[in-house]
Ligand binder design. Structure first.
Ligand code: BGC
Length: 742
């Protein structure tokens, strides 16, 4: 009885309570909030609930490094940070965050990507990506603007240090590994900059003329692999124009290539200030314009920003909605952008996790990885008469000299520069590695160009140099640590030449004259001119920018605590004029033609028969490796089938070491002009003395193909192919042949 009378009253209560709740949060029980449902279902459910205004709002940022949140629907902002060498400060532009005055974000600084490329260690790069992903989360961010997979087309590019080198296959392997590592932590990567951002000169305005074959064979593969092999969640478009259109509004790049040809499902983010229109940009397949909101407006109003040619502020909701209303833009294009961003956000779990800053970064494991990476990145370029490794009892004193000896230069300049909690200088690393029996002296020798003008007068220079020479003369060996700084090699401008900064060549020459046992260690992201002194020094080490642990790595390599195993991911030319891109840069009237076409890097040196200073793939070890037993099966392969290649590598020296075995394909006869050789496989093998290991490679049709402009597709032509196995691109040890059947 009682129950019967209470029931209507209770149900009114419940209905009212639910009503109040729903009024406060109408989407509380919406399917999109349910993490158990499939991502696509959640995306479509949420899209259905969004107003046109809300969808349009998704297409532009709310701040310097944040996308727009939506409080009504509980859509969080995507919080970003720059990479690729670690997590960088996100409060503003490079100019702001590189300045000493801002409160820095301190994170593990890994070697420059060019050094990671020099490791040829795919597993290491994947692990690096994963650790960076962990640090992104620990710092309360969701997305890392990395990796950079642009090809190092010319030695002068200010951002060479940020890419993985000149070869599309190597860059693809490294980019894929990095992305897999980042995404394994549910952090959003953003492979960049699509496409052909290969110079800083007028990067906002330059129009690059590049033929289709060159795009597909050289500048696209790393992006294609990022999409198809790593399933990257985001791609950043480049500043420059390609064939007449800005990358941010190029239907050819964004919708035809990225989406239709490669099947990209994620979102495209603009580079910071790379948009110049509303309807054409959204319609082309640009989904998120950055930066946005007030920070963008303040930055964009600055005369420097305008002067440099940046474009911004085109994808704000008002402009997007107006374009739709005016019939210039289809609503579906706006929906597609919102859909793609939401898809990634659901996939990355951003609706379920709210990351807050305060987690642990730079843990002992992360530091150890940074040290291993720095060690593996180092390339021993020259070692005449076994000058290296140094150490007792061979020597009892060493002079450490140079502008990069007592200052740790962890990275190049610009948006990738990470502030580590600490950094190890080469001098400290040498002291540790040399041990108590070796006395270590230090002299500056020359100050880094532009760092202290009082030390740059002719008199001051002479005094510094003399001091260094005196120290070198009375020491058993000398190590001269030279190179660039983040102010001289940086995003934003190209290097004026390949030459070392002022006074460094003279320093090396003077020290080498005083001490025959001189090692030059180069800290730079790209090749430097060495012709003036290379014949006069027995040993040269390329250390790149090695991140926070670089000093330990340099000490360990020079003193033989570790065995060098890095190999060049770029050709080192004797001079800039030898580069295939010479004469095709920087162009005229803001137009540049990539006239060398597919002949970039070693492809160009081979084609024109130019002797490099050090070839692509070159790097010495303290042990020796013998190559043997090349087997290729089958001898005749049917179209579409795979070829198995095996060989054996033996450590025939007396200490443990790692060798990077490289596989190049040489197409014997082709209907089109093809490079003499193209890298299509590599393996990094770690061997103890006397140990032999069998190495195998699988070649599929893509390894044999060229891109046919006429057919607009990849073509593997029947006929003979040679497999060249080398310790570098110019040290081919084994050759074999197989036929591709018609
Ligand atoms: C760079 C990007 C970077 C962005 C945000 C741009 O200037 O080209 O690589 O991610 O700034 O800092």
């Amino acid at each position: 009885m009682k129950h019967a009378t209470l029931l209507p009253f209770l149900s009114i209560l419940v209905v009212t309570a639910v009503g109040i709740l729903l009024a406060q949060n109408p989407e509380a029980n919406a399917p999109y909030k349910n993490p158990k449902l499939p991502v696509e279902q959640r995306v479509e459910d949420l899209l259905r609930r969004m107003t046109p205004q809300e969808k349009a709002e998704m297409l532009s940022g709310s701040g310097w490094m944040e996308s727009q949140p939506n409080a009504r629907l509980g859509i969080p902002a995507i919080r970003m940070a720059d990479g690729p060498m670690g997590v960088r400060n996100w409060v503003g532009s490079s100019a702001i965050t590189n300045a000493a005055s801002t409160a820095p974000v301190l994170a593990t600084a890994f070697p420059a990507s060019i050094g990671m490329g020099a490791s040829w260690d795919v597993e290491l790069v994947q692990r690096e990506g994963q650790v960076i992903g962990q640090e992104v989360k620990a710092l309360g961010r969701d997305m890392i603007l990395a990796p950079t997979v642009n090809i190092n087309r010319l030695p002068l590019w200010g951002r060479n240090f940020e890419g993985y080198g000149e070869d599309p296959y190597l860059a693809a392997r490294m980019g894929v590994a990095y992305i897999k590592g980042v995404q394994s932590e549910k952090v959003i990567p953003s492979v960049k900059h699509f496409a052909a951002n290969n110079a800083e000169f007028e990067r906002h305005r330059i129009d690059e003329k590049i033929d289709a074959r060159t795009l597909h064979e050289i500048y696209f593969p790393a992006f294609q692999a990022a999409v198809q092999e790593a399933g990257t969640w985001a791609v950043m478009s480049a500043y420059n124009k390609v064939n007449g259109l800005w990358c941010a509004e190029s239907p050819f790049l964004l919708s035809e290539t990225l989406q239709k040809r490669w099947g990209f499902q994620g979102f495209v983010i603009s580079d910071w200030g790379s948009t110049y229109s509303t309807a054409p940009t959204v319609a082309a397949g640009m989904h998120l314009e950055m930066p946005g909101g007030e920070p963008m407006r303040i930055w964009f109003a600055k005369p420097e920003t305008q002067k440099s040619g940046n474009g911004a502020g085109w994808l704000g909701a008002d402009k997007v909605l107006a374009a739709v209303a005016a019939g210039q833009l289809k609503q579906e294009a706006v929906d597609d952008g919102a859909r793609r961003i939401l898809r990634v956000m659901f996939t990355a779990g951003l609706f379920e996790t709210s990351r807050t800053r305060g987690g642990e970064v730079d843990t002992p494991e992360q530091r150890a990885l940074a040290r291993r990476a720095a060690t593996e990145s180092i390339v021993l370029l020259k070692n005449e008469g076994g000058a290296l490794p140094l150490g007792a009892p061979k020597i009892s004193s060493v002079a450490v000299i140079g502008p990069s000896a007592a200052i740790a230069r962890t990275g190049g300049g610009g948006s990738s520069l990470v502030r580590p909690k600490y950094s190890v200088t080469a001098l400290d690393g040498v002291k540790e590695a040399a041990g108590a029996q070796v006395q270590v002296g230090y002299a500056l020798g020359v100050s880094m160009q532009g760092e202290d003008v009082s030390k740059e007068t002719p008199e001051a220079r002479a005094e510094l140099r003399n001091e260094a020479v005196d120290l070198a003369r009375k020491s058993d060996a000398a190590i001269v640590v030279v190179g660039y700084s983040y102010k001289l090699e940086s995003e934003g401008f190209d290097r004026p030449s390949m030459d070392l900064p002022a006074g460094q060549d003279e320093l090396i020459e003077a020290v080498a004259a005083a001490n025959k046992n001189t090692t030059v260690v180069i800290v730079a992201g790209a090749p430097v001119t060495m012709t003036k002194w290379i014949a006069r020094v027995p040993a040269v080490v390329q250390a790149w920018y090695g991140g926070q642990e670089a000093g330990h790595a340099i000490g360990d390599i020079v003193f033989g605590v570790q065995n060098p195993s890095g190999k060049l991911p770029v050709t080192f030319p004797k001079q800039w004029a030898d580069s295939p891109a010479y004469g095709h840069y920087p162009g005229e009237n803001l137009h540049v033609t990539y006239g060398e076409g597919i002949y970039v890097g070693y492809r160009g040196f081979d084609k024109r028969n130019v002797e490099p200073l050090f070839p692509f793939g070159h790097g010495l070890s303290y042990t020796k490796f013998d190559y043997s037993d090349l087997k290729i099966t089958p001898a005749a392969v049917a179209a579409g089938k795979q070829v198995e290649v095996t060989m054996r590598v033996r450590n025939s020296g007396s200490r443990a070491g790692a060798e990077v075995v490289q596989l190049y394909i040489h197409d014997v006869k082709s209907s089109v002009d093809r490079p003499v050789k193209e890298l299509k496989g590599f393996r990094r093998v770690v061997l103890t003395p006397g140990q032999t290991q069998s190495v195998s490679f699988t070649l599929d049709q893509s390894a044999l193909s060229f891109y046919s402009g006429a057919k607009d597709e990849w073509v593997a032509e029947p006929g003979a192919f040679e497999v060249w196995i080398g310790a570098s691109s110019r040290d081919v040890r084994l050759k074999g042949t197989f036929e591709l059947a018609p």
